[in-house]
Ligand binder design. Structure first.
Ligand SMILES: *Cc1c(COP(=O)(O)O)cnc(C)c1O
Length: 429
């Protein structure tokens, strides 16, 4: 397929699926667990990874494959693995290169679920993590890397703190340590940022957010940039013979696809947290309007942030699209737009903020972000509830912080709703 020179918008609409004569115009939904073959040898060759083809939907499925290939093209990688959720994708991305006794360095400003994974769950499997302040000097962050550190993990635009990653700094630290930089690119999506172009080696997404974009389907995806050199000694699980495939070496057999092939044939095979075909179909449909939706999310969020920043009932606003924001310069450098999520505090603190959220009519209070409908959430009592207050502050969550996911409604209606809810909050307080 001639997608090599296509722009992101064209890939989003038409990438990865080319109907042949008389085929369905839309990517077909292949709702089948398995596939029929003519000979036993044909299936044996699939099991031995000697031939490519679908045999069982835990390993691969045509609808999921079309979604994976489109994500690969959008991020500029060499291959992808779609997972059951963003958390499944992050877990698989890390377990693919870290085992018991090894270590991860991650930024503090992370999604609450990722923080719990790194701080609580992976340590139970012997994988430990040191959290660093992403704004610390390069040498200070580099000092957290140990002999057994196997990757550096960060979010390109953090949830919910909207901190913009300094890619040059993090890529340099990872490169000096000969470990990959793994970046969660959920908030910008590949339309606003392509981490592989800024030195990341692996990209992960929660596709449950802007990629699906309509809050219909949980999903996650790992994209392999294909440029990290695994053969320098730290990653024998990729270079040395795998006893579960008759002693095959991923780096020898699959070259630049070694990492993503291993993730599929070992971890998807053994753990099975893969994306369902229906969710891949819906996520692929979502991708067809990604560029249009993201552009509007950005302009609506910028207008709402500007309006909130000028309002006396609001104590502070954080949105990297505002010229006064601490992340504005980094956003200018790395993001084509600052996405649709902003945070703010209401005068009167957490109690006034609660009155405000309860008074909204158009915007709904939901545990979600990044879909067509404007929504709000209170991280301290919801997504980051399992963290103590100091951990919450390190993740960029203050007690009064309200996270807004600005949707695609007309901006006048969004502002009118916020206006009446701020008035109601001031009256109740
Ligand atoms: C939502 C989210 C996740 C987790 O994704 P799920 O699909 O909910 O499992 C991970 N990272 C970021 C940045 C997120 O916003």
């Amino acid at each position: 397929m001639k997608t090599k020179n296509w722009k992101v918008e064209t890939i989003a609409v038409q990438g990865a699926y080319e109907p042949e004569n008389g085929d369905p115009r839309v990517v077909p939904l292949v709702q089948s667990t398995t596939y029929a073959y003519q000979s036993a040898q044909g299936i044996a060759d699939l099991f031995d990874l000697k031939a490519a083809g679908h045999m069982y939907s835990r390993i691969s499925n045509p609808t999921v494959a079309a979604f994976e290939e489109k994500m690969t093209l959008l991020e500029g990688g060499v291959g992808a693995l779609a997972c059951a959720s963003g958390q499944a994708a992050i877990t698989c991305a890390l377990m693919n290169i870290c085992h018991s006794g090894q270590h991860i360095v991650a930024t503090q400003a992370l999604y609450g679920g990722t923080f719990n994974l790194l701080a609580q769950t992976l340590p139970k499997f012997g994988i430990t993590c040191t959290f660093v302040d992403q704004h610390a000097p390069e040498a200070e962050i580099a000092a957290a890397i140990q002999d057994n550190t196997r990757c550096l993990f960060a979010e390109s635009l953090s949830n919910p703190g909207t901190e913009v990653l300094d890619f040059a700094k993090f890529a340099a630290i990872a490169q000096a340590a000969a470990i990959p930089l793994v970046v969660d690119n959920t908030f910008p999506t590949p339309y606003l940022c392509q981490p592989l172009q800024h030195g990341a080696s692996i990209v992960v997404h929660s596709s449950s957010k802007y990629i699906d974009g309509h809050a219909t389907s949980l999903g996650g995806v790992i994209i392999d940039g294909g440029r990290f050199d695994w053969t320098r000694g730290k990653f024998p699980e990729i270079t040395a013979p795998d006893p579960s495939y008759h002693g095959l070496s991923y780096s020898e057999s699959f070259k630049e696809n070694a990492y993503i092939v291993k993730a599929r044939v070992q971890l998807a095979r053994d753990i099975g947290a893969v994306m369902a075909p229906m969710n891949a179909w819906l996520s692929n449909l979502g991708l067809e309007t990604l560029h249009l939706r993201m552009a509007r999310h950005c302009t609506n969020a910028t207008e709402l942030a500007t309006w909130l920043a000028a309002d006396k009932r609001v104590s502070w606003v954080k949105y990297p699209g505002l010229p006064t924001d601490s992340g504005h310069d980094l956003a200018q450098r790395y993001l084509k737009g600052t996405s649709g999520v902003l945070t703010f505090g209401v005068q009167g603190g957490a109690a006034a903020g609660e009155h405000f959220m309860n008074s909204l009519k158009l915007a709904k209070l939901v545990v979600h972000v990044a879909d067509t409908r404007t929504s709000v959430l209170h991280p301290a009592s919801m997504t980051h509830r399992q963290l103590n207050e100091s951990q919450q502050r390190q993740a960029g969550v203050s007690p009064e912080l309200i996270r807004v996911s600005v949707g695609l409604e007309h901006i006048d209606d969004i502002i009118a709703d916020f206006d009446q809810a701020l008035t109601a909050a001031a009256t109740l307080a």
